[in-house]
Design a protein around this ligand. Structure first.
Ligand SMILES: Nc1ncnc2c1ncn2[C@@H]1O[C@H](COP(=O)(O)OP(=O)(O)OP(=O)(O)O)[C@@H](O)[C@H]1O
Length: 333
């Protein structure tokens, strides 16, 4: 698959931020959906937004797309407020529920896209629709869920945004269509230097696609940064359990052997005499362990299983004055 970072090198300054969030929070009547979220997403990246159901992913994207106002903090899109005309022109959001006018035909839907968006690319939008053999004269209300998703994707894609946000875009698509549309998305992003922020629960698919990652749970940021950097900051350990398991390790995991004290323990699991751990090593690891670098899915699964693991926000994802943007004591508030 294509990699948007290749495009970024050509497209412009590496340091421009597509999104900067400073202490962003959103409170509903039931409580906080998002809390003290601080990070930057550099322009030109393909970013996976990962977290369990109800973690706050849609809330975060809706704030960046100017569909919701934050209760706390500020967020900018290419340096502008989300409600500004400039940010609105440069941003497209493909929402989970794909809001389209059911009585409009596909052609009328695309025409509306053309009328509303100065930079509209009719050919790109039509190509997406035609590749799925969706008739231009069909009314939206008569289309299958997957076909509607395709039209909504064409609408977002035809806008030629600089920041394209997709909320679980592939959930109702068959595997071949998923593969095809992902190819269209990545080729377009590489060609135009588009920043993509995409929430997904399909971790294995993110591996081929993303070069940046935001992980949230309980409304707080758990991990953010460059995929390769985040992966290589961790080690997966496998070994046999010894009799002398004890000792406090940084990170607060229970029952870990003393030889791992001093490393940050993200996850420590035993099954019979077999031990599997994911750690952030602080120096060489003592003991008889088989070690390897986790793949993206393994890394994400560990963080999803262990929401209390200490957060890791890599320098490229940090905004000034807010090194981590997450306060553990707030996670359960
Ligand atoms: N309009 C609303 N009123 C009250 N609570 C809301 C509203 N919208 C979202 N929430 C709550 O905010 C929290 C975050 O919701 P959000 O939709 O952002 O999660 P998500 O990470 O996108 O979840 P999923 O993976 O299930 O799509 C949830 O607890 C949800 O119930």
């Amino acid at each position: 698959m294509h990699n948007a970072r290749d495009a970024m090198d050509v497209a412009g300054p590496a340091e421009e931020s597509a999104i900067e969030a400073y202490g962003v929070g959103r409170r509903y009547r039931r409580g906080w959906a998002l809390r003290d979220c601080s990070f930057r997403l550099p322009a030109g990246r393909i970013c996976g937004l990962v977290g369990p159901n109800g973690a706050g992913k849609t809330t975060l994207m809706a704030i960046a797309a100017n569909l919701l106002e934050p209760t706390d903090g500020t967020l900018t899109v290419f340096g502008e407020a989300p409600e500004s005309v400039q940010a609105g022109r440069r941003t497209a959001f493909l929402a989970q529920e794909k809001p389209l006018f059911r009585r409009f035909t596909v052609a009328e839907t695309l025409r509306l896209g053309r009328e509303l968006n100065p930079g509209w690319d009719q050919r790109a939008a039509e190509n997406v629709v035609r590749a799925g053999n969706v008739p231009m004269e069909a009314r939206i209300g008569t289309l299958s869920g997957g076909q509607r998703t395709r039209v909504a994707f064409a609408l977002a894609f035809g806008k030629r945004p600089d920041l394209l946000m997709l909320d679980e875009p592939m959930s109702d698509l068959d595997p071949l269509v998923r593969h095809e549309l992902m190819g269209v998305l990545l080729a377009g992003a590489a060609e135009h230097g588009t920043t993509v922020l995409m929430s997904s629960h399909i971790l294995s698919e993110l591996e081929d696609v993303c070069d940046f990652l935001l992980v949230i749970s309980a409304g707080g940021l758990r991990m953010a940064g460059d995929v390769d950097e985040l992966r290589s900051a961790h080690l997966r350990l496998q070994g046999a359990r010894s009799g002398a398991d004890a000792g406090p390790a940084q990170g607060g995991a229970q029952g870990v052997p003393a030889e791992l004290a001093g490393h940050t323990i993200v996850e420590y699991r035993t099954s019979g005499r077999q031990v599997t751990a994911l750690i952030r090593p602080d120096g060489p690891v003592a003991g008889q362990w088989q070690t390897d670098t986790p793949n993206l899915e393994e890394l994400l699964l560990s963080y999803l299983r262990c929401p209390d693991a200490p957060p890791l926000i890599s320098p490229v994802a940090q905004v000034p004055g807010r090194a981590h943007g997450f306060d553990d004591s707030r996670a359960s508030a």
